[in-house]
Structure formats: structure tokens, C-alpha cells
Design a protein around this ligand. Structure first.
Ligand code: MN
Ligand code: MN
Length: 451
């Protein structure tokens, strides 16, 4: 009799939404999300994320960081058990889909000054047209000095935009496939239209060059040595009459980076030395010296060994480690339910989403967590009554995607994907549920604190 009742109530509990499960915790959810909204509104590039994290950690004791070229960073806290028995790792990425400026971007056409872009990551190009855009980034000069820019975020700032064809003259465009209707070479940023009346040709471009010189002490060739990123302008917003969601640029994946940072700061009595690894370049395949494919993590483990005075062999430590690939998933889409398989899709508001495998066409390109590791993850989430669910990105053969999990799995560690499920993923305005964001933080913290 008693046993029957227990199992019935447990089955019911599993289907509860995060809001039901965390009833009585709404104050904590709101406080967490308020702080997160401030972060996500101001931090829109990988460089800004690294700078932000350094600033926060500098004020704290007990957390050490190692930076990788201003675009990736690892922070860690010492645990009770020697690192030779393995460490805990939460890895998130801090780059997001956007438009990068080309190396020679500035030109004039139809007496409008424009900057050529090359998009970064998986975007639907039409989402970037006819909306306010901001420029964030760094210009490195020949003399070794740098200029950091953020233009377009404050009310008094100017902003930029990419124009779109008026519907009246778009008949030919309407008849094209969406993939052909919007071309990468037409994603040019409007930056000026007032001519230098004294110039002989390219009068508007000349005026813009003068302005760049005056305001930023910049010459045209400086674009060659710059990382300038075009992102949606403006802050994150609460979404819905009930304020239950947050709309923002870059939930993927800075919502996970933020949750991991918060969890590491708040986590107590860590059994294992715990690393939060924030990497760049995930959106283009984790390539390059600041991406997850670089050997930065090994460098971090060397650093841990040196600082703790223990004789560490990074490959052995990493082989024995447990990790979370902290990344978002796509939520069941009410307008396009046909791309999902409902039994296995994550739902908005049902807590942190644990994704056993990613990949596409028969799990190709996936890193799959094995049954035993999934069981342990499940047990720690249930032990703390954290809202969680599983997720699969779309129906079989519908498409798919990957994360950094497979690159860390190469070291032989246990790793599983975990993070909030989003609506409008990769759009300039992605939507996340507040309860999912908070559950993600709780889940990472449990992973750090549980044995
Ligand atoms: Mn991601
Ligand atoms: Mn992504």
C-alpha cells in the first residue's frame, strides 16, 4: 500500500512543470534573473564575457583564473580530493551568432557609406535586416595600443542597420527559396550618408574616415587588425504579461556561462577541484586557439597542478574527470511542432534540459553520455528536487546540431549536455523561461557539490 502510493506520487512529480516544482522559490528565481538580465544586456561578445568574469573573480577569494588571449577563460576552485583522482568541469561557450566586419569593410555606394560583413555561426539572415544593430569590439593598432568600442547600446548612442528590400518591389525575391532570397554579400551595414563637400570622390566614405580619425584615432588600415562584431542593439527584456520569460541576444550560450559562474561562486565544500571553462568559437565548430579544440584545458590542468604543488599528469586527470557541457537546446515550438518528436522534445518551463546525445543523421557527430553517467546525473538532480527534463534536438533526420561535448570527451572524461531549452534559438532575440534559467544554475551547483 505504502509502496504503491510512493511510486504514484513520484511518477506525478516527474511530469510537474518547473513552476510547480519550485513553488515557494519565486523570489529566488526573480533575484537570479534580474542579475542575469543585467549581465546579458551588457555582455555581448566573448571578449566582454572574459573581461566581466575577470572583474567579478578579482573581488573574490578562493577562485583562480587562467585566461586565453582575452577570448576564453578558465576559473577553478580547489576541492578536498586530490586532482589526480579527477576534477569536475563545467564548460560553456561565450561566443554567439553575429555579423563580423570584413577586413576591408568600408565602401561607398549610392552615396551611402557601408561596412561589409561576414556572418558568424548559424543565422537566418533575414532576421538581421531592418533592425537596430550595435558594434562591439577591439581595434589593435600598429604601435601595440588597442581601442575598445561599444557603439549603439546607450540611448544617446547612434546605432547601425542593414536595409531590407521594400515589399512593393520584392516580387522576384518572394519567388525564391528562403536560402537564396537573402545573400550574405548583401548584409552590409549602413554607417553614414553625409558627404564631405570638399572631397572630389567617395565623399561620404571620406567623411566617415575623417570621423573615425577624429573620434577613435583610427585610419582605414586599422580595420585589418580589428575584431569588430555587429550584434542586436538594446537590452534584454522580460517577455509575457506574467514576466515569466526573458528575451535577449546570446542566451546561447551565455545563460549557461552565467549559471556556471554563479554556481562556482556559491558552491560550498567542493569534493573535487572544479573548473568552469568558458570557450570561444563554438558556433563555428570550436576551431582555433581559443575554441574547445585548442589544448587550453590541458594548460589549465598544468596550472592547477603547479599552484597546488602536486605532480599532475593532465591526460590522467582529465581521463578520470566528470563534466557538463553547459549548452542550450531547442524547446518544443508551438508554431512549428512538426519538427519535434513530442515525447522527447524539451518544453519551456520544465527545468534544465539534459541531452544524452546530440548530432544528426544517426547520431553522427555526437558525444553520447553513457547510461551509468546519466543515472548519476539523474540521481543528483532528483536528490535536490531540481526541475529537469530530457531533450532531443528535433525529430530523427530533421536536422540537428552539436556542442563542445565531443571535444572534451576526446580526453576520455564522462560528459553530458545540460542547459535551458530556448525558443527562437540563434535569433537576435532568443526566449528563455526564468524557471529554466534558475534550474540550470541549481543543476550546475549540484554537479559541483555532490559526490
Ligand atoms: Mn550553444
Ligand atoms: Mn548555438
Amino acid at each position: 500500500m505504502v509502496e504503491k502510493r510512493t511510486s504514484k506520487s513520484k511518477a506525478k512529480q516527474e511530469k510537474m512543470s518547473g513552476w510547480e516544482k519550485l513553488k515557494g522559490k519565486y523570489k529566488e528565481i526573480d533575484a537570479y534573473c534580474k542579475e542575469y538580465m543585467k549581465f546579458i544586456s551588457g555582455v555581448k561578445t566573448e571578449r566582454e564575457a572574459v573581461d566581466y568574469v575577470k572583474k567579478v573573480v578579482d573581488t573574490l577569494e578562493g577562485i583562480v583564473y587562467l585566461e586565453n588571449r582575452g577570448k576564453a577563460i578558465a576559473l577553478w576552485k580547489e576541492g578536498k580530493i586530490t586532482p589526480m583522482d579527477g576534477i569536475r568541469i563545467v564548460v560553456a561557450h561565450i561566443d554567439s551568432p553575429r555579423l563580423d566586419l570584413k577586413v576591408n569593410p568600408l565602401y561607398e555606394d549610392t552615396e551611402i557609406a557601408m561596412l561589409k560583413t561576414h556572418y558568424y555561426g548559424g543565422i537566418k539572415k533575414y532576421q538581421w535586416l531592418a533592425r537596430p544593430l550595435a558594434m562591439h569590439g577591439r581595434i589593435a593598432k600598429e604601435d601595440g595600443s588597442v581601442v575598445d568600442l561599444v557603439i549603439g547600446e546607450r540611448d544617446k548612442d547612434v546605432c547601425f542597420t542593414i536595409e531590407d528590400l521594400l515589399p512593393h518591389l520584392a516580387q522576384k525575391q518572394y519567388n525564391k527559396k528562403v536560402s537564396d532570397a537573402f545573400e550574405g554579400e548583401r548584409l552590409n551595414l549602413i554607417v553614414g550618408s553625409r558627404p564631405d563637400t570638399g572631397a572630389k570622390e567617395d565623399k561620404v566614405k571620406k567623411a566617415i574616415l575623417d570621423l573615425l580619425k577624429r573620434k577613435y584615432n583610427m585610419v582605414e588600415e586599422d580595420f585589418v587588425s580589428a575584431d569588430l562584431e555587429i550584434v542586436p542593439a538594446g537590452p534584454a527584456r522580460e517577455v509575457g504579461l506574467d514576466s515569466s520569460m526573458i528575451g535577449a541576444y546570446g542566451h546561447d550560450d551565455r545563460s549557461c556561462a552565467w549559471a556556471a559562474l554563479k554556481a562556482l561562486i556559491e558552491a560550498k565544500d567542493l569534493p573535487y577541484t572544479t573548473v568552469v571553462l568558458l570557450v570561444d568559437k563554438e558556433e563555428i565548430g570550436s576551431e582555433g586557439n581559443t575554441g574547445a579544440k585548442s589544448r587550453f584545458l590541458e594548460e589549465v590542468v598544468w596550472d592547477i597542478g603547479e599552484r597546488l604543488g602536486s605532480n599532475i599528469v593532465p591526460s590522467r586527470v582529465l581521463f578520470k574527470s566528470l563534466a557538463i557541457s553547459a549548452d542550450v537546446n531547442g524547446a518544443l515550438d508551438p508554431d512549428y511542432p512538426e519538427v519535434h518528436e513530442k515525447t522527447n522534445a524539451a518544453k519551456l518551463g520544465y527545468g534544465v534540459c539534459v541531452t544524452k546525445f546530440t548530432g544528426s543523421r544517426g547520431k553522427s557527430g555526437s558525444s553520447e553520455a553513457r547510461a551509468e553517467y546519466m543515472a548519476w546525473i539523474r540521481s543528483i538532480l532528483n536528490r535536490r528536487s531540481i526541475p529537469w527534463q530530457t531533450g532531443e534536438l528535433g525529430k530523427v533526420d530533421e536536422g540537428g546540431g552539436g556542442t563542445v561535448a565531443k571535444y572534451l570527451a576526446e580526453y576520455g572524461m564522462e560528459i553530458v549536455d545540460m542547459g535551458p531549452a530556448l525558443l527562437s534559438m540563434h535569433a537576435p532575440f532568443e526566449v528563455a523561461s526564468k524557471v529554466d534559467l534558475y534550474s540550470t544554475y541549481l543543476a550546475y551547483r549540484a554537479f559541483m557539490e555532490e559526490k
